[in-house]
Design a protein around this ligand. Structure first.
Ligand code: G3I
Ligand code: 9MR
Length: 563
């Protein structure tokens, strides 16, 4: 692993677009020379002196820059820096991130819960079906007259959340909103992206087939009697390190909540309009989604601030539940997001009123507790279409440009020259999703302004995720010379196969990781506290809400860098 003591050459380990910016960072601070070699004929194509010696603001690394934007010829290359043992390898290609984008979509297939993953699709990672989830117990916290404690419901399918085997509505919500938005922003791209899944030939784009697998699960998480949505389908405690088909502890649905129900309302409203195109293949689906969404909205009006507080719940109800909380306590952003999606889909004034009422509360990047920006991105997408008027999208435009400018300014202060790391607080649990979501925001700034600096800022964060970062890792499993090999991911840990399940994005450096998971870390500064060992769930787990903005960003670059 890279450190200040072991200088390294760091760049996107997959590569670059012919017409795009190209940059590598050398750490150590003492490089005198670099040269780039074309691997086809071993000829030197470029040479020079790495520039500057800039101390990183997020660690003690000393960084120098190598810029080779002028290298436009497709091919395979290496960057050699005398004095540093390992060169950096990369390719130049107009569809350089296509395979990574497809693999990241396919990552969801590998997370499918209730069906076998057959060899023809899953290759060496084929496995039997995981949890059937057809006999799920109503937890005491979720009991109602019609569905009393101990009653059994069926809630099959969906994706495992992460390295664990539970299914959480709040986290599914932001994940689905991100993937549906990727489709709405780049329909042509996804219409032609095949991922070799069982549904590949059914006339629906593979991304939407994948989304559908989780959507059908989400729909079963709504109580048909009142419209409220359970927070999760879960074991009482986390499973051991076993394969999904060996995991057979009792599972429960717990307490309904406002965040889960409004996220559900947003997703189903958006799904209703996306799947309206496929009425022939999916008769009734679009309408049922809208009905479910409205029911969820109406339940939320009756229960406007029901937080999921697991500790509190455990004081009253048994069995005790200790799996992921996703316990959001502020709902303005959920109201706003659901309001936006319902308004765009239905054009009804009552939803527009909610959007106006909560618009002040929405000013941060997407994250599972902060979903407002998903609504704002939808307003940008539909700005010039009915039923939206200028007055609704204009304030959002100003906000997004302001945040995008902060990010591009931040990349000037950052020795790795990426928007990611512009602030030390970027390095939280799941920081790689911060990088990807910053990319999503920058793409929206590009949509609004047409200014290339935003597009290139987004691309710089993709470079970050694929290797131009202080850990030296490409964080997408299966991609890059030094990529994540030991994610905290139960199937990858338990399957006796060396290579991890591919197409999954690791959480990434986390300035609190060592106190959160108590694993061993060689490097403990904000941008270096990452370790590629399975023990490290605070820096090396994978999760559906982290893969989604990666899918968005990689697809966006493929669609936009070749225009
Ligand atoms: O609430 C504070 C906020 O006030 C503060 O500004 C911020 C800065 O660090 O921290 C916030 O709390 C953090 C919280 O996430 C919200 O971002 C906690 O410190 C942090 O520990 C917490 O991490 C979450 C983690 O679960 C532990 O609960 C991650 O976001 C979340 O992605 C992760 O999700 C888990 C599921 O529970 C179970 N399945 C796996 C999944 C991925 O690891
Ligand atoms: O595997 C769990 C992971 O998905 C969660 O993100 C993490 C934090 O909630 O917890 C992991 O489970 C660990 C548990 O919290 C403590 N005992 C060890 C478990 C990992 O094997």
């Amino acid at each position: 692993q890279v450190s200040a003591q072991q200088p390294a050459v760091l760049c996107n380990q997959i590569g670059f677009y012919p017409n795009g910016p190209k940059k590598a960072i050398v750490t150590g601070g003492k490089a005198e020379r670099f040269y780039i070699v074309n691997l086809a004929d071993a000829k030197e194509v470029s040479a020079g002196k790495p520039e500057g010696v800039v101390p990183s603001s997020n660690s003690s690394l000393q960084c120098q820059e190598i810029v080779f934007t002028g290298l436009t010829k497709p091919g395979h290359y290496k960057i050699v820096v005398p004095g540093i043992d390992s060169p950096a390898y990369f390719s130049v290609d107009p569809t350089i991130h296509r395979e990574a984008a497809a693999a990241a979509v396919k990552g969801y297939y590998f997370q499918r819960v209730s069906m076998p993953l057959d060899k023809q699709y899953a290759g060496i990672w084929a496995r039997p079906a995981g949890h059937p989830d057809t006999s799920i117990i109503i937890h005491a916290s979720a009991a109602t007259a019609k569905r009393p404690e101990g009653a059994v419901i069926s809630t099959p399918g969906g994706w495992y959340d992460a390295g664990d085997y539970n299914k959480y509505i709040v986290n599914s919500g932001i994940t689905m909103g991100t993937l549906l938005s990727a489709y709405e922003d780049f329909p042509d791209y996804f219409d032609s992206l095949s991922t070799n899944i069982p549904e590949s030939k059914n006339g629906i784009p593979d991304l939407l087939d994948e989304v559908l697998y989780n959507l059908r699960w989400m729909l079963t998480m709504q109580d048909p009697y009142d419209g409220g949505v359970y927070n999760k389908c879960t074991n009482a405690g986390f499973d051991g390190i076993i394969m999904p088909d060996a995991a057979n502890k009792p599972r429960y649905v717990v307490q309904k909540g406002t965040a889960a129900t409004l996220d559900f309302a947003a997703v189903t409203a958006q799904a209703s309009r996306v799947f309206a195109k496929y009425k022939k293949q999916l008769p009734g689906l679009s309408d049922s989604c809208l009905t479910a969404s409205i029911k969820a909205w109406n339940w939320s009006i009756e229960n406007p601030a029901l937080a999921y507080n697991q500790d509190l719940m455990n004081k009253t109800f048994k069995p005790e539940i200790s799996t992921g909380g996703y316990g959001d306590r502020s709902f303005k952003d959920e109201w706003y997001w659901a309001g936006v999606e319902l308004y765009i889909t239905t054009g009804k004034d009552l939803y527009a009123e909610a959007v106006k009422k909560y618009s002040d509360a929405v000013n941060v990047l997407p994250g599972w507790p902060d979903v407002g920006m998903l609504g704002s991105f939808s307003l940008i997408r539909f700005a010039s279409k009915r039923p939206l008027g200028k007055d609704m999208s204009q304030p959002v435009h100003a906000l997004v440009l302001r945040l995008a400018n902060e990010l591009t300014e931040g990349s000037k202060r950052n020795a790795f020259c990426t928007p990611m790391g512009g602030k030390k607080t970027d390095f939280i649990w799941g920081s790689n999703a911060v990088a990807a979501n910053q990319g999503w925001l920058l793409v929206n700034a590009y949509f609004i302004s047409g200014e290339e600096k935003y597009l290139h800022g987004a691309l710089a964060n993709l470079d970050y995720l694929l290797g131009r970062n202080a850990t030296g890792y490409s964080f997408l499993t299966g991609f890059g010379k030094q990529s994540t090999k030991h994610p905290h991911h139960r199937p990858s840990m338990a399957d006796d196969i060396d290579a991890p399940v591919p197409g999954l994005l690791a959480g990434g450096p986390n300035s609190k990781a060592i106190v959160q998971d108590k694993c061993e870390y060689r490097f403990t500064e904000a941008e270096t506290m990452y370790t590629d060992v399975a023990c490290s769930y605070a820096s090396n787990e994978i999760a559906i809400n982290w893969n989604a903005p990666f899918v968005y960003l990689a697809a966006a670059m493929e669609a936009l860098m070749n225009k």
